[in-house]
Design a protein around this ligand. Structure first.
Ligand code: URA
Length: 437
């Protein structure tokens, strides 16, 4: 087999066999195929796509390019959630312990923030002492004993994706539905899960800005995950404006603790519950069956009686962190300087562009412009006004947290470009637009 022939076949609209696709993935993992040939193949896929059979074979090869965990010795169904990335999207933090306390095991391998979107690992690492670098053995042990563990992707999981993603990033081939679907699922299915709940974002702050694109991605991932023999449900959710009030790392942990206390911003609580319902049903949670109302009641009880918060504290302690942050969030990193951004006119907050708010958080130091950048766990922002709120001239729109005045200047500039005050109420999308099963 020659990579050249496979590139040409895909370029001309042909369909590749499982053996041919495996040859390419092995070549990517072992270095046997040159980067320029892999990049050319990715560009051919970008334009020609993959049919369902090709996609399944490609994913199978990507998944098996590394270690695939076997958690079958742990009783019960194992279910994870994946979000395609957003701004203020801290849902994994309250959701994982909440679902675990309701009897479904959650092995969660998460990512870091990049560009305008935040990452669960950066948020967790703002808790003093918390480590996401655990061995696979310890990960499995905690999934068994505590019902939940959150770690970062290790070099052993889906190495082909690491290589191919770097090439896609450099060759403008990231935005391809089959390549995105296989990339995400190769990492998620390697966790040894029985089912996956997807939160596919759409809107200004999402990867897929148009609902039709997001729906196509969600449909492709649900069908592909099921073709691989795992359960899968996707919620298509709104990401025009940030979720909740907090955008950053420590500030998002603090907001997550509020949700686990049974309070918190209504949209963060609601999305946590909606995704939780799907996870309990997918995970055959005890006493829930297929009934979304029972699932929701179970989740609401665990938030109200403090069980979910207690599990979060246990999880923090098990992963080396200081569980006292749960009762005293002032133990989280505190900003060096705080600046209030005030409205320069009265009216309604008609736009709060999630992508620009995310970029403001990056300017403040909370995110990364490049993979190699460090994040400042204390940096970020707290929105005092949300989309559609009435604003009077001089009202505080947001509070910015950073380490230097120059970061505050850059963050304020971005935030002002994200927020528009007008007279007509904004068009609001529902939080959950669609459910795809
Ligand atoms: N996230 C991933 O993990 N892979 C993609 O291709 C896009 C987003």
């Amino acid at each position: 087999m020659r990579a050249y022939d496979l590139i040409r076949k895909k370029r001309d609209g042909g369909s590749l066999s499982a053996e041919e696709l495996q040859y390419l993935v092995w070549g990517a993992t072992g270095g046997g195929i040159a980067d320029e040939q892999l990049a050319a193949f990715l560009m051919a896929v970008f334009f020609r796509g993959m049919d369902a059979q090709e996609l399944k074979a490609w994913l199978h090869a990507m998944l098996h390019s590394g270690r695939v965990l076997d958690l079958s010795a742990i009783p019960g169904r194992k279910v994870d959630k994946h979000s395609t990335g957003g701004v203020g999207d801290k849902i994994s933090l309250p959701l994982a312990p909440l679902v675990a306390v309701c009897g479904v095991r959650v092995p969660m391998v998460s990512g870091r923030g990049l560009g305008h979107t935040g990452g669960t690992l950066d948020k967790l690492e703002s808790i003093p002492g918390f480590t996401v670098d655990l061995s696979i053995a310890r990960f499995a042990e905690l999934v068994n004993s505590l019902g939940v563990c959150l770690i970062g992707q290790t070099g052993e999981i889906a190495p082909a994706d690491r290589k191919l993603y770097a090439l896609r990033d450099a060759t403008a081939t990231v935005e391809s539905v089959p390549l995105i679907a296989s990339s995400i699922l190769s990492k998620k299915l390697a966790e040894g899960i029985d089912a996956l709940v997807l939160d596919v974002k759409t809107g200004r702050g999402a990867f897929m800005k148009e609902t039709a694109q997001a729906r196509t991605l969600a449909r492709t991932m649900v069908d592909l995950c099921r073709a691989m023999g795992r359960g899968c449900v996707a919620l298509l959710t709104d990401m025009d404006a940030p979720l909740g009030h907090a955008v950053g790392n420590a500030v998002e942990v603090r907001e997550s603790i509020e949700v686990l206390r049974g309070a918190g911003p209504p949209d963060v609580r609601e999305l946590t519950l909606r995704l939780g319902v799907e996870m309990l049903i997918a995970g055959d949670a005890p006493g829930v069956g297929d009934d979304p109302l029972l699932a929701r009641m179970r989740l609401e009880t665990a938030l109200a009686d403090g069980q979910a918060l207690k599990r979060f504290a246990q999880l923090i302690e098990a992963q080396g962190g200081d569980p006292a942050v749960v009762d005293d969030p002032s133990k989280l990193p505190q900003p060096k300087i705080v600046r209030e951004v005030r409205a320069d006119r009265s009216g309604l907050l008609t736009t709060l562009d999630a992508e620009l708010v995310g970029l403001a958080a990056v300017e403040l130091g909370a995110g990364r412009a490049r993979k190699e950048d460090d994040v400042d766990h204390a940096a970020g922002l707290i929105l005092h006004k949300r989309l559609g709120d009435e604003v009077r001239e001089g009202d505080v729109i947001a509070e910015l947290h950073a380490a230097t005045e120059s970061r505050l200047d850059a963050g304020e500039l971005r935030l002002r470009s994200a927020a528009r005050i007008g007279d007509a109420p904004p068009q609001r999308k529902p939080l959950v637009l669609e459910r795809l099963a």
